[in-house]
Design a protein around this ligand. Structure first.
Ligand SMILES: [Zn+2]
Length: 340
């Protein structure tokens, strides 16, 4: 049964058991954690910041703010704090698990020290889980501008590290340029990651079109697609995603801010759902857009006229699609069923 949006209260949305599976560490650095360092080093933010939220209106703004903020993180305590607050915010939105994407290329002060970086984050995630009950896992990401050998080096480092917090290989960055997405260059890295027991997800179908989504599935073996919404431009790719049951980690506000869709009301999420594509709702870079997960559920319900049934479906996919360990996924699904 579909209920009317009017019956979906804020409290219900926040209590709905769910997971978040598309969240970048780079978009989760609290302004307070870097403001002191920025002031002391005389490096003002590249875009205006209001109440700790940068005013990001384009991809260029987003990237310049990311470069600025990540470069100010040099101490383990800053990473620990950022990780801890991810768990606190997850709980506040009703998320029992978060998969966090970490792209080492964005963190100049940690180059060559991935192990130390993961250890610092791990401390924050452990404390956050103890205090807020939200589990978390890291997806270490390649950047699309990296070479084939650089990508393989990242995977070798991850396999050598064998840190239990790192569960997946991911890829992000601008998919456009040259042959649409160069996925063939990264195929060996994803193959090696899979052989080494890592899960796989990939950004596609945001700055790339449907071919990027098809390649992420066929060449990279992606088990989940971050964004993926532009598969809608090619019915054969939409059908491929639907028939394989590959979940799309959709981030509605991010898509609007970065101009992937003109407005939330024009977002293809309802159509993807109608065509049998499994979708979840996520925030991408919440502190850059000033959004939270519960707010994204509320905004989509209101834009699409969705009720409890549709939001519960998004929540179920988010848990099923998460890289939480099997026991944790089952536990969260049990919580969801009990709640409904
Ligand atoms: Zn993303």
């Amino acid at each position: 049964m579909t209920t009317t949006p009017a019956t979906v209260g804020e409290e219900w949305i926040r209590a709905l058991p769910k997971a978040e599976v598309h969240l970048h560490l780079e978009g989760c650095v609290p302004y307070e954690v870097i403001a002191g360092t920025a002031a002391a080093s005389g490096r003002p933010p590249p875009v205006p910041v209001t109440d700790g939220v940068p005013r990001v209106a384009s991809l260029a703004d987003l990237l310049s703010y990311l470069d600025w903020s990540c470069a100010l993180v040099a101490e383990p305590e800053q990473l620990d704090e950022a990780a801890y607050r991810i768990c606190a915010r997850a709980r506040a939105s009703g998320a029992g698990h978060v998969d966090v994407i970490l792209n080492p290329t964005h963190w100049p002060r940690w180059h060559g020290r991935l192990g130390a970086m993961v250890d610092a984050l791990d401390a924050g995630f452990r404390a956050g889980e103890a205090d807020h009950g939200a589990t978390s896992a890291l997806c270490v990401s390649l950047k699309r501008t990296q070479s084939r050998s650089e990508a393989l080096e990242v995977v070798d480092r991850l396999l050598e590290l064998a840190h239990p917090r790192v569960v997946a290989l991911s890829i992000d960055g601008n998919e456009a340029g040259g042959r649409e997405s160069h996925n063939d260059r990264f195929a060996p890295a994803f193959e090696r990651a899979a052989a080494g027991g890592l899960r796989r997800c990939a950004h596609a179908g945001e700055s790339s079109g449907p071919d990027g989504v098809r390649e992420a599935i066929e060449l990279l073996g992606a088990e989940r697609i971050d964004h993926g919404i532009r598969c809608i431009e090619d019915p054969s790719v939409t059908a491929l995603v639907a028939s394989r049951g590959i979940p799309l980690d959709v981030c509605p506000s991010s898509n609007v801010v970065l101009g992937v869709v003109p407005a939330l009301a024009a977002h293809p999420l309802p159509e993807l759902r109608a065509r049998g594509v499994r979708c979840s709702i996520n925030t991408d870079d919440p502190l850059l857009y000033g959004v939270d997960l519960a707010g994204e559920y509320r905004a989509t319900a209101s834009a699409f006229g969705w009720g409890r049934a549709e939001l519960a479906e998004m929540a179920r996919v988010s848990i099923e699609a998460s890289f939480a360990d099997e026991d944790r996924r089952r536990e969260l699904l049990r919580q969801l069923d009990a709640f409904l």
